[in-house]
Design a binder for this molecule. Structure first.
Ligand code: CMC
Length: 422
């Protein structure tokens, strides 16, 4: 059987055989038969915008692998920094490479004092931490003008390590500022996750001792969020990067896209939804409202997964471990009931709507003490590794600038009418 398809233009009778490459059809080939005609695909739901060797996702079967490694194995056995290394470098590090990577990341966690004092203190007292994170990541580009040198692999790598290193510092700084609490400096003796927890929660103790179970849970959550191929925020980061903007600007674009409730903002929206439902006896009414199109069941549904999101399954498991330490989140039973009702309802079944990564993660974050406004920030810390891996891969492939076409449906040419005559 030939690995190709043949298309025929019925207007001219002309046919064209197009090879199938890596499971896709090259639009440039296809266009030979259809010059000046564009593929209309809103939301790019059926368009591949990249050849990527980073993450494999099989949505029908709930499979997620990074560089070939199943997410289940990485979540159970690895650390976030090791997974970040894997995403960025393509292979798991040797012990020596690992030590060097961890050392470099650890020694780039500080942010410039001027930046901390003048930039952060410019925000309004109740600024959303995600807005603070998005703008401060973009602001960092002004401190590292050499980041514009995107052609130089060494300069690229320097910004990659800086961004992965500084994200928790910016995130915790945003939280502390919103609480009116003093900034906690990074502690180079702590691992990545413990250091973040210390910058979040340390008060007057000489050293903040993170609970091992909670630290491990957060490590798992960072891994689960580290990458998800061409999702909305990665596409945003890639699009800005494709114009050869510096990586801080590109990653800031990723943060901005992640902030939206259809994407990374869904974890915050799930908690707000559970609060809005309020009690068990209102679940059925709420589900009826969802089916009538009044609102969406947040934390459900996915563009790619049409079966259970494998990340959600791991998170559900992690939630139980966390609740053994923190006590059960009172909203857990409501979430479980909501899932049960939804999964037995024709509306959700026929549309293949299952819990996604955001459905249970917020419950864990909340039980660990994070305010809802920090949930998407935690997502962003993990996803930074993925954004950067894609940004680097795109530059290494010398990709073209992202510039799609449109189908114009506006008025034909017409003459300008003076304002008094309209
Ligand atoms: N609740 C109710 N109905 C839904 C939902 C939902 N959460 N998600 C999709 N649908 C329905 C939708 O109304 C449509 O029905 P119909 O065919 O009758 O018009 C059908 O399912 C297909 O939905 P869609 O909007 O065309 O699907 P999409 O692939 O464009 O959107 C999505 C994917 C994730 C934006 C969407 O499922 C959604 O809004 N979910 C809630 C927000 C959420 O949990 N987002 C987190 C995504 S996972 C983490 C991440 O990567 O960010």
């Amino acid at each position: 059987m030939a690995d190709s398809i043949t298309i025929t233009d019925n207007r001219s009778g002309e046919s064209l055989e197009i090879p199938l490459t890596n499971g896709g059809v090259d639009a440039a080939e296809w266009r030979k038969l259809l010059p000046g005609m564009w593929f209309h695909d809103p939301g790019l739901a059926t368009t591949s915008n990249a050849e990527s060797a980073i993450t494999y996702l099989d949505g029908a079967n709930g499979v997620l692998r990074h560089r070939g490694y199943p997410i289940e194995q990485l979540a159970a056995q690895s650390t976030f920094l090791e997974v970040a290394y894997l995403l960025v470098h393509g292979e798991l590090p040797t012990a020596e490479q690992h030590d060097e990577w961890v050392h470099t990341i650890t020694h780039h966690t500080y942010i410039h004092e001027n930046f901390r004092k003048r930039f952060f203190e410019g925000f309004h007292f109740n600024a959303h931490p995600m807005g603070m994170l998005t703008s401060s990541v973009a602001g960092l580009s002004t401190f590292y003008p050499e980041a514009k040198d995107i052609e130089d692999p060494e300069a690229r790598h320097a910004q990659i390590t800086r961004l992965i290193a500084k994200m928790p510092t910016l995130a915790a700084g945003a939280y502390r500022y919103s609480k009116g609490m003093p900034f906690v400096y990074p502690d180079n003796d702590l691992d990545y996750t413990s250091n973040f927890l210390s910058m979040m929660w340390k008060v007057a103790e000489p050293r903040y001792e993170a609970d091992e179970v909670l630290k491990e849970a957060l490590n798992t959550l960072f891994i689960l969020h580290a990458d998800h191929e061409q999702n909305c925020s990665t596409t945003a980061a890639r699009t800005v990067g494709s114009a050869h903007a510096d990586p801080y600007s590109a990653i800031s674009a990723g943060c901005a896209a992640l902030y939206g409730p259809r994407h990374g903002g869904a974890n915050e929206a799930v908690l707000n939804m559970l609060d809005e439902i309020g009690s068990y006896d209102r679940i059925d009414d709420f589900i009826e409202g969802v089916k009538a199109g009044e609102q969406r069941l947040m934390g459900f549904g996915h563009r790619v997964y049409k079966s259970y999101d494998p990340r959600a399954a791991i998170i559900k498991d992690t939630a139980h471990k966390v609740f053994e330490v923190t006590g059960k989140n009172p909203r857990l039973d409501m979430a479980l009931k909501l899932e049960e009702v939804a999964l037995s309802d024709e509306y959700f079944v026929s549309r293949s709507l299952y819990p996604n990564v955001d459905f249970y993660s917020g419950l864990i974050y909340q039980s660990m003490g994070f305010p809802t406004s920090m949930f998407t920030v935690l997502f962003a810390i993990g996803r930074t590794a993925g954004w950067l891996a894609h940004w680097q891969e795109m530059l290494e492939q010398n990709s073209r600038i992202t510039r799609p076409r449109q189908l114009y449906v506006g008025p034909d040419e017409r003459d300008y009418v003076a304002i008094g005559d309209r």
